[in-house]
Design a protein around this ligand. Structure first.
Ligand code: HAM
Length: 427
């Protein structure tokens, strides 16, 4: 029988990688919490309509990338491809909407998109993100960017650039859309098929085009920033001035459009120099003031970002590696097993990290494994020790050996650790 392997585009998070992702999430949650963001978790599956309405049914995410299935009662469900629409649904449906705005929320978890798997691109990936809901003030846009920026700096991630744009709102976007259509109309025949389709469905998406034929025409295309109404112009100025106050450098990029339909005004992405091509964003976000109404709830303006954790971990310098066990407790004979288990448990209660090695293999094999584990000390229990109710404790870095009572082991291990940290031993 052929072995069963994991589905394409998914990953088993092995301990080292999982630890790195957990650390990145933990640092993110800590930074977000220092800005007043509190964690929320929404279901991994939702009613399909949440995304067709919220994210928009002309987007690639909804048209081609959703994992959608009927449940046993025939309801159409979708594994969440993103979390902004779910968080807004949860906000609209709960007592959160009674809190004084903005309500600051953070989240992390798996998302699902039937994307073409590649470097930093998965079908199940993980996001860390925040949403600030209930306030339309442009300074809040800068605040969510600051959360992300501080997070990446704390992870030691350099080589990044913040791309900022405003795509206008219901007032000024129609005129911009028309100007784009007018610009490309005389050249339709010259456009690649993909971009002709984009123009028909959602003209702004053409700004994102990487097709060579379109790129040339893009150079002279109208720019979103030149079409903003007064309110949108004021907002984009306020975002920039708040970003300066946060000392966050940015580049105005009038070609930055995002792949999801709910954005108004501010959109942003952070790019990394090592992530090239279409998938160069470490994180993206923006303002989505009409989303709540689209989902059938009262108005709740908001802004947020989400970052791909796989991409962040791939580019951030590795964090501290996992600490080795402090003690390995070994039994030399089967008769010593109960005492060895007992000792290991006692040491764990004392706060130490302990491996217990009480199987039937030879003591020599156990000692070799203890050395390989990088442990500081080994507690040995054989017939002699059981009779005398003592433990033979060996310090692995020096070979020093003592016989002590079980209740003295923790103290002795800690003393040796302090001596090592104090520079007495250089291993
Ligand atoms: P998004 O740009 O679709 O935005 O995704 C955000 C980030 O998720 C991307 O920048 C990327 O790092 C990561 N990502 C997306 N697709 C994949 C994939 N297939 N594999 C690995 N990583 C991926 C959103 O999801 C919005 N909800 C962000 C937002 C929050 N806007 C406002 N609030």
């Amino acid at each position: 029988m052929s072995p069963i392997s994991r589905p394409r585009g998914t990953e088993d998070l092995l301990p080292d990688r999982l630890a790195a992702m957990a650390r990145a999430t933990e640092v993110g949650m800590r930074v977000a919490s220092s800005f007043g963001y509190r964690q929320i978790a929404t279901p991994i599956f939702e009613a399909t309509e949440l995304f067709t309405r919220g994210v928009g049914d002309t987007t690639d995410v909804v048209r081609r990338e959703m994992y959608t299935f009927p449940d046993r009662s025939g309801r159409s469900l979708t594994l969440r491809p993103e979390s902004t629409a779910p968080v807004l649904r949860a906000f609209g449906e709960s007592s959160l909407r009674e809190l004084p705005p903005p309500v600051r929320l953070s989240y992390a978890g798996p998302m699902f998109r039937y994307d073409r798997p590649g470097r930093g691109r998965y079908r199940q990936f993980h996001q860390f993100g925040v949403e600030a809901v209930g306030d339309g003030g442009a300074e809040l846009d800068a605040e969510v960017i600051a959360v992300a920026w501080d997070w990446l700096s704390e992870l030691g991630l350099g080589g990044i650039s913040l791309q900022l744009n405003s795509i206008g709102d219901a007032q000024c976007r129609p005129a911009y859309r028309q100007a784009l259509l007018d610009h490309f109309a005389p050249h339709l025949a010259q456009l690649p098929e993909l971009d002709r389709a984009r123009l028909g469905r959602n003209p702004l998406r053409i700004l994102d085009s990487k097709e060579p034929g379109t790129e040339e025409l893009m150079a002279t295309a109208p720019r979103t920033l030149d079409f903003l109404c007064e309110d949108c112009r004021d907002a984009v100025e306020r975002v920039q001035s708040a970003l300066r106050a946060y000392h966050i450098p940015f580049e105005l990029n009038p070609r930055l459009v995002r792949g999801l339909d709910y954005y108004v005004r501010t959109t942003f992405e952070v790019w990394h120099e090592d992530l090239l091509g279409a998938q160069n964003a470490l994180f993206g976000g923006g303002r989505y003031d009409g989303l709540s109404e689209l989902l059938g709830y009262p108005a709740a303006p908001g802004v947020g970002f989400a970052a791909g954790l796989e991409r962040v971990v791939m580019l951030a310098p590795p964090g501290p590696s996992l600490a080795p066990p402090q003690v390995v407790v070994c039994s030399a004979q089967p008769t010593a097993v109960p005492l060895a288990i007992d000792l290991a448990q006692k040491l764990r209660r004392d706060g130490l990290t302990v491996l217990s090695d009480v199987g039937r293999r030879s003591l020599k094999g156990k000692m070799r494994a203890a050395e390989r584990s990088g442990a500081g000390a080994v507690g040995l229990l054989g017939d002699e020790e059981v009779k005398a109710q003592r433990v033979t404790l060996r310090r692995l870095s020096t070979g020093e050996q003592l016989t002590v009572r079980p209740e003295e082991v923790s103290l002795q291990v800690r003393e040796w650790e302090q001596a090592t940290d104090g520079g007495e031993v250089h291993s």
